[in-house]
Design a protein around this ligand. Sequence first.
Ligand SMILES: [Zn+2]
Ligand SMILES: [Zn+2]
Length: 280
Amino acid sequence: MMVDNIPILSHVHDGLTIEGYSRAAVQTCWRVNELKLLFDVGVQPWDFMGTPTMFISHAHLDHIAALPAYVSRRRMMKMDPPVIYLPDSAVDMAWKMLQTFRSLDRGAMPCELVGLLDGDETKIGREYVVKSMNVHHTIDALGFIVYQRRHKLKPEYLDLPGEKIRDLKMAGTEITTEQRVPVFAYTGDTSPKGLDNNPEFYESKILISELTFAAPEHRRSKIHKHGHMHVDDYRERADNFKNELIIGSHASTRYTDVQIRRFVKKALPGMLDDRLKLWI
Ligand SMILES: [Zn+2]
Ligand SMILES: [Zn+2]
């Protein structure tokens, strides 16, 4: 049964459906159905539970609070235990939290928690690999890039007829090279350093980034100290973004939707060549 328990937004780009909700201090959650991946679990939309793999950027409540609900609902619905990737330093406490809920709720919490460090690569099926990268926040936090692995015929074999290629393949010759295409990236919460230290973010087809602050009077030094970004940080980096789509998310609750749109439009009148989409 469909249950509409969260006001999620949805946007399709180049065959990937981005769904989610994201406001600072409220809750953040994302699903990319075609990749069969979830990112963050500040809240758990009922319909997201069918996705068995989750990456958690960091352990702030607005990104992790609904982890017990996700694990427990999958068990109740007789789904396989999910695999949940999260910053290595958060694994033990997250496990303890689940065990505490187990005592309170008297329900098992079957899942696998896997710790991630900067630079780790996680294979998702045959086609995708997720790379984890340290970003810059007030606690350990990771951003993620999903690469699609494409196998291209090596140039020296391009002109060979099909049967020759088949013979080479049968003889065990390595006839292809792997190309990695960054199709999706998510920074989680970060100051601009998270982007600048990991320029791969700028190359991904789709980038979900955080744009927590937008009012001109909000001091950027303070915003950066708290591990967040301001729209002026985007303006200064406008030339860096090679992405086809940039989703500005995690807006502060200090602003109404109308105010956010107005502030961002003022700082970036071209909305980064109309590639910037505000997730409000
Ligand atoms: Zn947050
Ligand atoms: Zn945070």
